[in-house]
Design a protein around this ligand. Structure first.
Ligand code: PLP
Length: 387
């Protein structure tokens, strides 16, 4: 049995103090079940405790666990107050600032990134503690930055390290992870010229977000309408550079909500499908052999999920065509789905008020969706995070 003096001294330790002490002294390996609960609250002077005769030997034979200390048949347990992780709701990195909790990530109102939407970005997902196609996202981010003549100080390797670090800080296992590059602002007193700005990077992670709620995907499928607002022409804003010129996409979204739909698809000036607010579109012709999946070639972001769809088609023995897709083809397609980092492959069950597949998610779409998540779980294009 523990001496009364020792037991009292240990019992009066704070959990932190106890851990410090036992880290120093414990080499023991006996594991004994907890049978006595003693809350350790008051901090104690470790030097004083160490001075108790025989304490070193006693503690040397102790086993320290997260919530208890076992010495022979004596067990002292404690309740460790939950350590609040200030990054748990999300973590961010800002060039020149460093790592901050998501709620503290701020930009200047004078920044052209905010003032003029002069920014580019990319979004990569994390699922089960793994990035998906991280190198592809960073490569596209770099192409977007180069395309806009943005040259922040961070290299691709730096960005990768930063993204790993924000995930590690937050502990998030399923996350929406953004990397943004903002134009910056000309130095004080300098002319308001874009080329005088110094660009900088913001990276952040928050819990994973679904573009279309998961239960909608799995029950009724999403409803889409064709927007009367055309997609801004490629000559004005290059859609392959991920951007925040969302005026057309936002207008189309509101028109869709007004019609009871979940989202909208925008056409180009020739009446071909382009993309929607945050996603690429794919059609499936199930009656052809092999099954054919069709997706627009131009007028849209070259989506990383779209690329995964192209690879999945090969995997599943489907033919995939990347070409101009007239709106009418969507009307006669057997199935329609949308795809994006924030949700993967998502079924559309109604187009412009007309049911697809009897108003239910299409079976081929759902098979592709299942395979997509299965392959991810198997480590497809995965990069593991060390938390
Ligand atoms: C306009 C637009 N198109 C397509 C996509 C899909 O791209 P990805 O699959 O790379 O996420 C997005 C993603 O945010 C987007 O914003």
């Amino acid at each position: 049995m523990l001496g009364k003096q020792v037991a009292n001294a240990i019992a009066s330790l704070s959990a932190d103090a106890l851990r410090v002490m036992t880290l120093e002294l414990a080499h023991g390996n006996t594991i004994v079940e907890v049978h006595e609960g003693i809350q350790l609250a008051k901090p104690v002077d470790i030097a004083q405790l160490k001075a108790i005769p025989g304490i070193a030997e006693i503690i040397a034979n102790a086993t320290v666990k997260e919530s208890h200390l076992a010495i022979g048949s004596d067990v002292i347990s404690w309740q460790t107050p939950p350590v609040e992780n200030k990054f748990a709701k999300g973590a961010a990195y800002l060039s020149g600032v460093g790592y901050v909790p998501i709620s503290e990530a701020k930009i200047s109102v004078t920044d052209y990134g905010y003032r003029r939407s002069d920014a580019t970005y990319d979004v990569v997902s994390v699922w089960d503690g793994n990035f998906f196609r991280l190198d592809d996202h960073i490569a596209r981010f770099r192409r977007s930055m180069d395309g806009l003549r943005m040259h922040p100080p961070e290299s691709n390797d730096d960005i990768k390290r930063i993204l790993h670090e924000i995930l590690r800080l937050s502990g998030l296992k399923n996350a929406y992870v953004a990397m943004d590059c903002l134009r910056g602002v000309p130095p004080p007193g300098a002319p308001r010229r874009t080329d005088f700005c110094a660009q900088y990077i913001i990276c952040y992670c928050i819990p994973y977000a679904w573009l279309i709620a998961k239960d909608i995907q799995e029950t009724r499928g999403a409803y889409i309408v064709t927007s009367k607002v055309p997609r801004i022409p490629d000559e004005c804003v290059d859609p392959t550079i991920k951007n925040f010129h969302w005026g057309d996409l936002t207008k189309a979204s509101f028109a869709a909500y007004d019609q009871g739909a979940d989202t909208a698809i925008l056409l180009d000036q020739k009446g071909n499908l382009t993309e929607g607010p945050g996603f690429n579109i794919c059609l499936i012709h199930t009656s052809s052999t092999p099954i054919r999946v069709v997706t627009p070639e131009r007028g849209c972001l070259l989506g990383v999920t779209r690329q995964s769809v192209i690879e999945l088609c090969e995997d599943m023995g489907f033919e995939c065509e990347v070409r101009a897709v007239p709106k009418e083809e969507m009307e006669r397609a057997d199935e329609v789905f949308i795809c994006t980092t924030a949700g993967g492959i998502m079924p559309i069950s109604k187009v412009d008020g007309v049911d697809k597949c009897g108003g239910k998610p299409g079976p081929v779409t759902m098979a592709m969706r299942t395979r997509y998540w299965e392959k991810r779980a198997e480590g497809w294009h995965a990069e593991q995070i060390s938390y």
